[in-house]
Design a binder for this molecule. Structure first.
Ligand code: DGJ
Length: 725
């Protein structure tokens, strides 16, 4: 039973009985009554130690007189002397944000309640999870707060979300109601994933400090800049050892995560929505997005592996979740807007010849779109470019033995479009302010039901019109003038979150109408790489930077929170279009093989030798993609620390390993380049594809020597299979 209620010590012990414990305690506040504290999160402890833990904790509290500055409130509020970041600011009819949440009761349930309208970690059976719901209330305003903690026993993880309900008689205004608040003793390094367009998810590790470290997005998207993920690590935590706490939001919009360390040795984390001022009328409720909480004592890799399994198997859904993902050829970097049927079919013929499985037609097939300055919203095929329409093109592509896929950017509207001329108020805008264009486009107001319905109908009718088996769902700009013509002045602060609720409704509707279509999300590359999007679309285009050397860092950084099976990774042309670098086809292939593999270059411009090499690459991928998509991924050597990058995939039974090793530049008199292998059976022999044998203990203790080919940007992939014990 993963939720233990211990009445003697007034504690709730959430645990998977192996990896972690999370302990909440009802505490008596001398002035205020019963409040709720979160007194422990870390390696699993037994119930037997709870008395000790509680005694220690009481002594800790008693040693300070400024009571409210110390307790690790489970859901801290503002206005009562806890000067640290609050999980909720709630303002009642008197205009004051002083809020006092007192404990009302609890409930334990098998399974997991679903946060309505929001993506979440799901269960397939009630036996997979147990949920503790703790009810709190602010007597003065009538604000009822239900803290919902679910233990996912087999995933060894916890999720938290909060439901706030106005049971009073007056409006309560909520400011950024958080999904979770966590307290830890001691100072922690904070690790997060920062970046920008074409340089997403660089790992940054920041030393502890007294004060607040914040990462956030106010862009209406989870963003290229700050991924909605934070890890807290001990100073000595490495990729392989030590305490590591990961928090990742299942949400794709504006978010914020704060980490504060105070002078008394407590670290507080608070995270959830951002740019959210929500008027809660009597009888109304607000549901926060869900936070995934992961603890590992096996360092960053340990944490990542828990996230990977959770996201791959219980966030991603549907037909494609466990299916081998098709090898695709995308025409974007091959043609940009300059294509016609003949050009596309020429590429498709070569794609079929090398063994690819899917041709994706990217931007430019609709309206009069020959550049990025028009037609978004007019989802009608441009018959000048594609006579006979998408239906005929899809048929011809299918005749070649390939599936056909199509690009959309459904949340956008071009000022030069029929849709905008008909509905100038359908975009996000603020009256009497200029409408700021980015990439010459505006954003549709997805908070509006009529706009949502339009998008559902427009996309569905194209998908109904042809045999489309893959969709790339793009989103190429962030919010400006975030106002809605449908919302009254005092609800404009709800727009950011209402946009997401609207978008999620649209995605739920479209993906359930077309359950066998493989959806891939994209946002100018990886501007919305988050668990929220992965709930609807099981893969995301990782970055618009397709240079293989740069991709090493981008894919490595992304893997800190997200599984390789979620990452789109393509081989593109040389010189590379983003940085001009020339690398070998072998190197580009090796980098892309670790994600959902594709080519994004003009196959008709390549030599027969290159096409033959691609054929070999595809054969290799088809042979190994089950391992790269479902195996256990471990980072071995970091591109952020040296010139060698390495990672590996291992089958659950350790029978098979794929070790991927890359050297960005050659070095004369190179140092020790052995890569130590993990997840290996130390009592077994392994054989590589050339028949060479390696003992598991040697692979683990000494490592594998990559024998990189001569020159810069070189790589080697070694496949090892267990031969005998
Ligand atoms: C941005 C995407 O990331 C690219 O792959 C491509 O689809 C373009 N948009 C098309 O406009």
């Amino acid at each position: 039973m993963p939720v233990y209620v211990l009445s003697k010590s007034q504690t709730f012990h959430l645990t998977d009985n192996s990896h972690f414990s999370y302990i909440l305690k009802i505490a008596e506040d001398p002035a205020a009554g019963k409040t709720l504290h979160q007194i422990y999160w870390g390696a699993a402890v037994s119930d037997g130690c709870l008395d000790y833990l509680c005694d220690e904790y009481q002594m800790d509290l008693a040693s300070f007189d400024a009571f409210t500055q110390v307790p690790p409130f489970a859901y801290p509020t503002s206005g009562r002397g806890d000067y640290r970041p609050a999980a909720i600011r709630a303002v009642g009819e008197d205009g004051n944000d002083c809020t006092l949440l007192t404990y009302q009761g609890y409930e334990v349930r098998a399974g997991k309640p679903v946060p309505a309208g929001l993506p979440h970690v799901y269960t397939e059976d009630d036996a997979e999870a147990n949920t503790l719901i703790i009810r709190m209330k602010d007597e003065k305003t009538g604000l009822a707060v239900a803290l919902c903690y679910t233990v996912h026993e087999k995933l060894h993880t916890l999720t938290q979300s909060v439901r706030l309900e106005n049971n009073g008689t007056h409006t309560v205004t909520l400011y950024n109601p958080a999904s979770a608040s966590v307290s830890l003793r001691g100072g922690y390094d904070m690790l997060h994933l920062q970046g920008a367009w074409i340089k997403e998810r660089s790992i940054e590790r920041i030393q502890p400090m007294h004060g607040i470290r914040e990462i956030s997005s106010n862009r209406g998207a989870s963003s290229h800049q700050h991924n909605p993920f934070v890890a807290l690590l001990r100073a000595d935590t490495t990729e392989f050892t030590g305490d590591c706490y990961g928090m990742a939001l299942v949400y794709s919009g504006s978010h914020r995560m704060l980490v504060e360390q105070n002078a008394f040795g407590y670290t507080r984390f608070v995270g959830g929505v951002n740019e959210c001022t929500w008027k809660l009328e009597p009888g109304d409720a607000f549901q926060t997005p869900e936070m995934m909480l992961v603890y590992s004592d096996a360092g960053l890799n340990g944490m990542s592996q828990l996230f990977h399994t959770m996201i791959r198997t219980r966030v991603c859904r549907g037909f494609w979740r466990d299916q081998p993902r098709p090898v695709l050829v995308n025409n974007w970097e091959a043609t940009y807007f300059d294509f016609n049927t003949d050009k596309l079919l020429g590429i498709a013929q070569k794609a079929a010849q090398i063994g690819a499985e899917l041709l994706v037609l990217d931007d430019g097939w609709f309206g009069k779109r020959n550049s990025d300055n028009c037609s978004l919203g007019d989802w009608v095929v441009n018959e000048e470019k594609l006579p006979g329409g998408i239906g005929l093109l899809a048929e011809k592509v299918n005749e070649l033995g390939l599936k056909f896929g199509l690009w959309f950017e459904p949340e956008m509207i071009s000022p030069d479009s029929g849709l905008y001329r008909a509905h100038p108020d359908w975009c996000l805008h603020v009256p009497d302010r200029p409408r700021s264009e980015r990439r010459q486009q505006l954003i549709l107001d997805m908070s509006r039901k009529d706009v949502q319905d339009y998008v559902i109908d427009a996309v569905s009718s194209v998908l109904d019109s042809a045999n489309i088996e893959y969709v790339k769902w793009d989103m190429n700009r962030n919010f400006t003038e975030a106002g809605s013509a449908m919302l009254p002045a005092d609800r404009q602060g709800e727009l950011h979150h209402r946009y997401m609720l609207g978008l999620y409704r649209v995605l739920e509707e479209i993906t359930s109408r077309f359950p066998e279509i493989l959806f891939e999300s994209c946002s100018g590359g990886g501007g919305r790489f988050d668990a929220g999007m992965l709930y609807y679309m099981p893969q995301t285009w990782t970055s618009d930077d397709s240079d293989a050397v740069e991709r090493l860092s981008i894919q490595y950084g992304t893997s800190v929170a997200y599984p390789p099976a979620a990452m789109g990774a393509h081989v593109s042309a040389v010189p590379n279009h983003q940085v001009g670098r020339v690398t070998s086809l072998a190197f580009r292939g090796h980098v892309a093989m670790s994600g959902n593999f594709g080519y994004e270059l003009d196959l008709t411009a390549l030599s027969s030798e290159e096409l033959d090499e691609m054929k070999e690459q595809i054969l290799f991928i088809k042979k190994h993609r089950r391992l790269t998509q479902q195996g256990r991924f471990t980072r071995l050597a970091s591109p952020f620390e040296g010139y060698i990058t390495a990672w590996q995939f291992a089958s659950v039974d350790q029978d098979e390993l794929l070790v991927c090793m890359f050297r960005r530049y050659a070095k004369a008199g190179a140092e020790n380049e052995f890569i130590r292998i993990r997840d290996v059976d130390v009592n077994a022999w392994y054989e590589d594809e050339d028949g060479k044998h390696y003992h598991g203990s040697a692979l683990k203790q000494i490592g594998l020597l990559p024998h990189f080919p001569f020159g810069d940007a070189s790589s080697r992939i070694v496949h090892l299979r267990k031969v005998k014990n």
